[in-house]
Design a protein around this ligand. Structure first.
Ligand code: NAD
Ligand code: UD1
Length: 354
């Protein structure tokens, strides 16, 4: 029988792309999402791409009764989950500074509630969405997994604390496994153009901002700082195609089935790209123009960040394959064919439940 997975936050950007890869690799995912930053249409699109029906529970990872409902249902209808992939959480750095308790409650509290439910039902494997932001200001680059953990904002701390909780949970000698994936900068979209990133408000991140300027939703891109010690003075990051990232989750789940204890892996390409390089690559790949203006540095930003990718390659057998051009072309296909994201097509969660 196919391995059954619970995917929290499966309706979101990385979750939907991961569902596609999981299904294509023979897994049977079940989704738990409260649709606070997504909508059921994204799941419908995954069903369209894969030709598979996906079981979805609308509920909150912080609610023990919502969690019990999902685990009880799994138990009653066959096998309990073989593993959990835990994407659900809040992810806006600025918002986490303004509303730290909400972030700790959802990201740390939600992880605790989920682990308790897993213990109750005897589920011993988890793959967790962490972030390169746990490293904080680099003391060396590329960041290797042994780099000190020193986040600079509440969001980053919610990830670092959750990792710590997972490490202690996995190290009790009871056959548990926790695999933390420290994502660098996921961008792009599924090559079908049917699923992609759908920010609710003004995007905080560079790539969705570029695509929204290109599609005419925003007048220009503000480039935050052109006086960094980098190739052209603009910030350098490690952009990774979201489909490559999704494939990394398939490898991580498989790794978890054959390993015990805690592990953490960087998921990036190992290559740095500056803001202007990304903008230029996007314009070249898509023939869409992106006007830009230089602005002051964004508070809290660092000059450069990129991953050491050896550990993921050696242990997971995963390496990013797609190029910056692929990221631009696929991201643009999604944005240009869905200028308003999923909203134009979305039925509400209420409609879906009736
Ligand atoms: P996303 O917002 O698109 O997806 C998160 C999903 O979780 C959404 O569908 C949302 O509705 C759901 N959710 C939020 N709170 C919930 C709750 N309390 N209960 C149930 N569901 C809830 O975000 P994403 O970009 O897909 O990110 C997924 C994970 O990866 C997050 O944990 C994020 O912190 C982490 N991450 C993302 C990035 C990035 O650049 N996108 C980088 C590093 C780490
Ligand atoms: C941000 C988050 C980080 C998170 C990551 C991936 C902050 C401080 N950090 O990091 O926690 O893990 O996203 O989701 O928010 N830029 C512009 N103009 C823009 C937007 C960005 O010039 O409109 C520049 C930034 O200054 C930076 C680069 O583009 O140099 C990338 O920015 P962004 O996409 O926000 O990613 P990170 O800064 O890596």
């Amino acid at each position: 029988m196919n391995k059954r997975l619970l995917v929290t936050g499966g309706a979101g950007y990385i979750g939907t792309h991961t569902l596609v890869e999981l299904i294509e690799n023979g897994f049977s995912p079940v989704v738990l999402d409260n649709f606070s930053n997504s909508c059921p249409e994204s799941i419908r699109r995954v069903e369209e791409i894969t030709g598979s029906k996906i079981e979805v529970f609308e509920g909150d990872i912080c609610s023990s009764s919502d969690l019990a409902a999902v685990f009880d249902h799994a138990k009653a209808t066959g096998e309990i989950f073989d593993a959990v992939i835990h994407f659900a959480g809040l992810k806006a750095v600025g918002e986490s500074v303004a509303q730290p308790l909400r972030y700790y409650e959802t990201n740390v509290g939600g992880t605790l509630a989920l682990l308790k439910a897993m213990d109750t039902y005897g589920v011993r494997n988890i793959v967790f969405s962490s972030s390169a932001t746990v490293y904080g200001v680099p003391i060396r680059l590329p960041y290797d997994e042994g780099h000190p953990i020193s986040p600079t904002n509440p969001y980053g701390w919610t990830k670092a604390i959750s990792e710590r909780v997972l490490e202690d949970w996995a190290n009790t000698g009871e056959g548990r496994s926790a695999v933390c994936l420290r994502y660098f900068n996921p961008i792009g979209a599924h090559p079908s153009g049917r699923i992609g990133e759908d920010p609710r408000d003004t995007p905080n991140n560079l790539f969705p901002f570029i695509t929204q300027v290109a599609v005419g939703k925003r007048p220009f891109l503000s480039v935050f700082g052109n006086d960094y010690d980098t190739v052209d003075g603009t910030g350098v990051r490690d952009y990774v195609h979201v489909v490559d990232l999704a494939c990394g989750h398939v490898k991580a789940v498989e790794f978890g089935f054959t390993s015990e204890g805690f592990s953490a892996f960087n998921l990036g390409t190992g290559k740095g790209t500056s803001v202007l390089e990304l903008k230029h690559a996007f314009e070249q790949a898509t023939q869409a123009a992106v006007r830009h203006e230089f602005k002051a540095r964004r508070p809290g930003d660092i000059a450069a960040a990129f991953a050491s990718v050896q550990l993921a390659e050696q242990s997971l057998g995963w390496r990013a394959k797609k190029s910056i051009d692929d990221m631009c072309i696929d991201g643009w296909r999604w944005q240009s064919s869905n200028p308003d994201g999923y909203t134009a097509f979305a039925e509400s969660a209420d409609q879906r439940n009736t």
